[in-house]
Design a protein around this ligand. Sequence first.
Ligand code: LMR
Length: 329
Amino acid sequence: MFKQTAMALACALSLGISSLAQAADPIVIKFSHVVADSTPKGQGALMFKKLAEERLPGKVKVEVYPNSSLFGDGKEMEALLLGDVQLIAPSLAKFEQYTKQLQVFDLPFLFNDMAAVDRFQHSPEGQKLLTSMESKGITGLAYWHNGLKQLSANKPLREPKDARGLKFRVQASAVLEEQFKAVRANPRKMSFAEVYQGLQTGVVNGAENPYSNIYSQKMHEVQKYITESNHGLLDYMLITNTKFWNGLPEDVRSELGKIMVEVTAEVNKQADALNQGDKQRILDAKTTEIISLTPEQRNEWREAMKPVWKKFEGEIGPDLIKAAEAANQ
Ligand code: LMR
């Protein structure tokens, strides 16, 4: 009798202790991404970790996995939906399986500058896109900037005809495929982690990315020319798994939400300076000539690529395209 009671007591105690231990376990947030720590997204992920662990001590632990070290392109979204990671920030070009509307951000020569991008992202239409994938289990928390893309190749690209016949690496985006087809080049979808090798071995001859990605992946070492075309945008949506996010304790979710607002403002403020710093580092490396376009040349690229808009107007919605264009004024 005594033995049974003692055992029951021991059992209850150990259960109690283990549930106590569970309650004290921090919530682990895995943040996986494909770029280097030094880039705007890499810096944002680290800043988020620092602030979350400082302000929610013992409650939240953030693990950051840069450079496709946990999941690369193609796998990270699946991992988020399966609950294997809790935060990712794919480029806006990588959502077409989940919503066609985000394709608006890929349209060539849509935004005049990053201020216009900011205005559109903050507009009611831009904000609505953050919740456009909730039925698929994805919640958008913020837009993070990288910046405007530059064309790179091993030959100078000054006019659209210079790109003819070249193989360009593109992100998984039908709009970007059409953009290169419009100048009679051959687009080839490739995950970010493979770009350097693709360029080095000649599987592709050219690419497009902001300076921060070009420099941190050493793409300039295998590209003799960069054309400062600013022809398109590379920005991110910071997303989480809807069920995970809604299931967080109220106090934790609200503090993380505040931290995200802070981190987003900082990332978006610093992105341009990081890109300009990396442009200078590329110049200093003397591996690559950076070509500026005359206004006439830039206009030729714009005219050559503009027909892409019409092709995607139906999928994106003409009103959304108009709203984005209106942000230029
Ligand atoms: C790319 O694939 O070129 C970019 O989307 C990588 C990134 O996340 O900046």
